[in-house]
Write a protein that binds this ligand. Structure first.
Ligand SMILES: N[C@@H](CCC(=O)N[C@@H](CS(=O)(=O)O)C(=O)NCC(=O)O)C(=O)O
Length: 215
């Protein structure tokens, strides 16, 4: 069954797309036009009551929350493609540790930077320079911890690429691109080497080639 992925041009769906490509799982992208409010359409809300993307539809099996979707397909297709979960329970623990770090420590400041730098004018709310300044400071502290971690291991969960690294791709791509804060990565030697490694993976390059900016 081909997996339908709703909202492919947006950041969170892109972590799902990268995961599916790494796992060699065929998918069908279903674009949604946010400016027309298609993500708030009653039919879509039946799939995803919170009205956000991604949603995946795999026959009758529907999931949302990008990190949950990644874990599901990484597990379901464990025997094919790139192993994204580690080979032992201890490695799996490290993968989960750093997926959660991304969700709870990395994502909040970078999400605020994305909203205020990239989307405030398009979505019609005021760009708040204080939020941008505070978010950059918070993100800098997080990246300092990453720098320490990555001085000891090539990837966040250890010496293997995993969901822990993959989950960082979409918003870090914004950071070094449209947000214009590449220095936050390039100024940290080990973070920079890590970013160059993971962002040049064929899976991520394919996602960027297929789906341009969302708005
Ligand atoms: N925790 C969710 C967040 C999903 C989310 O907020 N998606 C954004 C788009 S993006 O952040 O991926 O670019 C969205 O649908 N926003 C629409 C809205 O918030 O109304 C996940 O990881 O799937």
């Amino acid at each position: 069954m081909v997996v339908k992925v709703y909202g492919p041009a947006f950041a969170c769906p892109k972590r799902v797309l990268a995961c599916l490509i790494e796992k060699e799982v065929e998918f069908e992208a279903v674009p949604l036009d946010f400016l027309k409010g298609e993500h708030k359409d009653p039919e879509f809300l039946k799939l995803q009551p919170f009205g956000t993307v991604p949603v995946t539809q795999d026959g009758d099996y529907v999931l949302y929350e990008s990190r949950a979707i990644m874990r599901y397909y990484a597990e379901k297709y464990k025997s094919q493609g790139t192993d994204l979960l580690g080979k032992t329970i201890e490695e799996r623990g490290q993968v989960e540790n750093w997926v959660e770090v991304e969700a709870h420590n990395f994502n909040p400041p970078i999400f605020n930077l994305t909203l205020h730098v990239m989307f405030s004018s398009k979505l019609g709310f005021p760009r708040d320079e204080n939020v941008i300044k505070e978010s950059e400071e918070k993100l800098g502290k997080v990246l300092d911890i990453y720098e320490e971690r990555l001085s000891k291991s090539k990837y966040l969960a250890g010496d293997f690429f995993s969901l822990a690294d993959l989950t960082h791709l979409p918003f870090t791509q914004y950071l070094v691109g449209p947000i214009g804060k590449e220095h936050m990565i390039t100024s940290r030697k080990h973070v920079n080497a890590w970013w160059n490694d993971i962002s040049n993976r064929p899976s991520w390059q394919k996602v960027l080639q297929l789906y341009d900016a969302p708005l």
